[in-house]
Structure formats: structure tokens, C-alpha cells
Design a binder for this molecule. Sequence first.
Ligand SMILES: [Zn+2]
Length: 322
Amino acid sequence: MRRTGYVYDERYLLHNPGEWHPEQPDRLKAIHKHLTEEHLLDLVVRIEPYEDTRSWVERVHDPEYIKRFETACQKGARIFGVPDCGISKESYAIALLAVGGVMAAIDGVMTGQVDNAFCAVRPPGHHAEKSRALGFCFFNNVAVGATYLLEHYGLERVAIVDWDVHHGNGTQHLFEADPRVFYLSLHEDPEFCYPGTGFAKEIGKGRGRGFTLNLPFQPRSGDWEYVDALKRFGLPRLRQFAPQFLLISAGFDAHEDDPLAHMKLTQEGYRDMGRLLIELAQETAAGRVISVLEGGYNLEVLAQCVEDHLRLLLGIEFPGGV
Ligand SMILES: [Zn+2]
């Protein structure tokens, strides 16, 4: 069994985007309750998130944007930038704490305290651009994590694999000119789905050309399409890149029962992708992988998919021997 870190903090529940909003605190509550009931939390190493992460967030996001977000929260605004980015007074501090969860997990892995980790954090991050909140996201958690790995730990090659059903426009844009970060996204075709980016022709820019790989899928694609594309196109490119660390933007909203998109992925499909990526990390990155929660809006499905994923990270058998 591997030593797997688990980041969770009750303060993550304080970010309240509005009663109507799908990105509810209940998402994390459902995950944490389910993992507790399955006795999986007895097997993980709890990791406490850092609070003061602003100096690292400033390396990714425009300081003026960060200030605007902080001020909007202080003033009690209920929306920041775009209508789907609902906020509460606590949102700024909690967004910093979400980044702090990823940074603490990275320290855990890089110092050898744990082998890998799962970060049950919110708000999510992959839509957040350098100076813009978008799609329920304010600070780009994985992007700050990748920057931390490059600049604090001096790594030369970090891969981000994003299987949230929506394209991670923010993550792509932040690293599209940077050959040190390989960004692979599997998502619903932007013709049909938010945020309208992530076409196959988007392959990176300048020195980063060739270090972005978008694999868009037609609506109603399922396990076969995802796993086949990952095996045929994603994994060979990842092997070639040979990341020293793998970050997974783990959104579970491509599941067939998720209310926000139109895909047919099942729990098994997510499990297969998780297994393949953890194997890849073992091949090239000494097993160093951190999965960071993005979307996933069917609470039951979300909790079960996270359970599976945690079991894969721990390297333990599935009940029933799957
Ligand atoms: Zn999503």
C-alpha cells in the first residue's frame, strides 16, 4: 500500500457561491462523509492546507486582479466578474486556502512524507485565467501547483492531465507558451459545451508549441472513446514528455449521471483513466502524482468516483476484486 495524502479542511465549506449554484459546499461534504463511511480516511495521511499563499498566487495571477477579488469579497459582493462566479465574504480566503491545499500536498510528496495525494478542495480552479474569474473558478489551483514545482523545487517537466468534462481554458492559456508544462485535456467538444475552447488545433504557442494536447469528444461519448484516446494519443505523448511530476485536474462531471454536461463516462471509465495515469506517473515521475478536485455535480457519483480514485492512489484492492 502506498502512503497517500488527503487534503480536506472544513473551511472549504465557507465559500458560498449562492443557494442556486451547482458548485455547493455539499459537494465536499458528500465526498468527506463517504470516505469516512468507507473507512478510507483511516488509511490516508491528513495534510493541512496553507493559508497564506498569496505570494505564489501572484506568480500566476495578475496582482491587480487578486486585489479586485479580495475587495469584492470584503465589500460583500455576491458575484465576481461573471454571473456564474458567485462569492461570499469568505471566498477570497478560501480560494487562497484551496491553493494552499495543493501546495501542502506538493510539499508532502516532494519531501517524501507521502507518495501521492488527493486534494478535496474548492473552489475549483481550471477555468481561472490570469486576470479573470470564470466558470466557478477564481485562482487556478493546479497552475499555481505547477508553478510551485517549477520555481520552488526546480523541476523541468510537469504534466497536467485534465479530465473534467469542460476544457481547462485557464490552465491551457497560462502554460501554452511554456515547454516545461505539458497540458493534456480530455473534454466535451467545445462546439457543444462550456467554455468554447479546447479544439484539437490548439497545440500551444511559441516555445510551448506541441506541449498542449486537446482531445475533444462528441457529446454522449463514453468509456471506450475516452480510454482509447488516452491510450492512443495521450499516453504516448506523455511518455515522450516524461514528466517528473503529474498533476491531475480531477473533475468528475463527464459521468453519465452528471447534470452539467452530456457525456456517458461511467465510474469504471474514470477508474481506468486513473489507473493508466498513476501507472504513467510510476514510469516517469517515481509515482509522484497529485489529483486536485475540479467539477462533479452529482453528489453520489462524485463521492463514489473519488472513493475509487483514492483506492487507486493508495494501491489497494477494490471490494469485489475489480
Ligand atoms: Zn467541469
